[in-house]
Write a protein that binds this ligand. Structure first.
Ligand SMILES: *Cc1c(COP(=O)(O)O)cnc(C)c1O
Length: 380
């Protein structure tokens, strides 16, 4: 008898736990009727600030706008360059191109998957050699783990760059004693449903301790508004988070710490069972990952067969990401650091993410591990 297939992410398990409270929050919004910038927005922003310790929180419509708006606030323009990893989701580089600036692609570390320092340094040199002015770096906390911020911030300071953390996958985690949301000049996160803190649609937030940046972001969020709604002092956007989504997030934030702990327990069990069979993700000292994904590596030429064999036994897997950005049609003409990005290219061929969510029970974890080990042995 074969077992039922497992879900890759189980959002329904969380509904079983807090669905009633979320539905009550949604109904409250439906009845008070302040669908745009209702009271839940302010409450959520307060709660998010308390949670991570940032001075300002500006909720926005999605994670991509959360990344773009700080660039707008900083007047990023053509002729400027921003260093981004190639092994990430497209939004990280997309927002740089929106403003006419040049994304410079940087390689990542093969064990932690986050931005590699030497490559960052080479990228800064490449920007200068091309006559561009490097102004910022956007490290990505890929799969939930913080980038190597102490070293990145040192290098950034030495070259006069500001740092925006792409924390779309890491909110809820920590770097050394600092919670995600308090690192770099500004932090952008996403509340897309499958992120560690997700809503019931699109959503995002920006965190900063910089008062001027915060007030610019609030203005940009509503069409560059000045002293009142019909006073427009700069070119802005409509980038507000829906009140309904804020109501969902208020309830979900209450259990985020508990859920991140559960993800860490699952990751620890995965790693202890799987190390020796496959390279398991390395968490750098002092990092507390939000484990948006649990990602192993398998031999490139066997990956398709391994995925198919797992699927046959009801174990779904995903590839994040099958193509590094510098190899994508839309981005292939932008510069890369040094003589290419060999790690990003290799990872794209080798990575495999296993089911990961806070409600993955031990029996399912054991089934995933046992099946994976037998499939790996069979494909040796
Ligand atoms: C999801 C994600 C984004 C974009 O967030 P959206 O809310 O989907 O716009 C940006 N960067 C990274 C690394 C992401 O994973």
């Amino acid at each position: 008898m074969s077992l039922a297939p497992l879900p890759f992410i189980d959002l329904q398990a969380q509904r079983a736990r807090i669905g009633d409270a979320i539905d009550a929050g949604l109904l409250r919004v439906a009845s008070h009727g302040q669908y745009i910038m209702g009271p839940e927005i302010k409450s959520l922003e307060e709660n998010l600030k308390d949670f991570c310790g940032a001075k300002h929180c500006i909720t926005v419509a999605n994670g991509t706008e959360a990344l773009a708006m700080p660039l707008m606030a900083k007047h990023v323009r053509p002729g400027e360059a921003i260093l981004v990893p190639s092994f990430t989701f497209a939004a990280t580089a997309e927002v740089v191109a929106w403003l006419g600036a040049t994304p410079i692609f940087v390689d990542v570390d093969q064990d932690t998957f986050v931005m590699a320092l030497e490559s960052l340094e080479a990228g800064i040199a490449r920007a200068k050699a091309l006559g561009l002015k490097p102004v910022a770096v956007i490290p990505v906390d890929l799969f939930g783990q913080a980038a190597d911020y102490d070293h990145i911030e040192q290098l950034a300071a030495a070259h006069g760059l500001w740092v925006m953390s792409d924390a779309a996958q890491s909110f809820g985690g920590a770097y050394k004693s600092r919670k995600i949301g308090t690192i770099g000049h500004v932090t952008a996160t996403s509340f897309f449903p499958s992120k560690p803190l997700g809503c019931y649609g699109d959503g995002g937030a920006i965190f900063t301790d910089d008062d001027e940046m915060a007030s610019l972001l609030k203005s940009l969020r509503v069409h560059g508004q000045g002293s009142d709604k019909y006073d427009n002092v700069r070119i802005g956007l409509n980038a507000r988070l829906d009140t309904m989504q804020a109501a969902v997030l208020i309830e979900k934030l209450k259990i985020l710490d508990d859920e991140i702990k559960a993800r860490n327990d699952i990751a620890a069990r995965y790693s202890s069972a799987l190390s020796g069979y496959v390279p398991v993700p390395l968490v750098a000292d002092g990092n507390y990952s939000a484990w948006a994904q649990y990602t192993i590596r398998v031999p490139a030429r066997k990956r398709t067969a391994i995925m198919a064999a797992l699927k046959e036994q009801g174990i779904p897997t995903m590839i994040y990401y099958p193509k590094p950005l510098h190899r994508q049609t839309a981005y292939r003409d932008f510069p890369v650091a040094g003589n290419g990005l060999p790690v990003s290219e290799r990872l794209a061929d080798e990575v495999l993410s296993l089911p990961m969510h806070p409600y993955l029970d031990q029996a399912s974890q054991d089934r995933i591990v046992k099946t994976l080990i037998s499939v790996i042995k069979a494909h040796h």
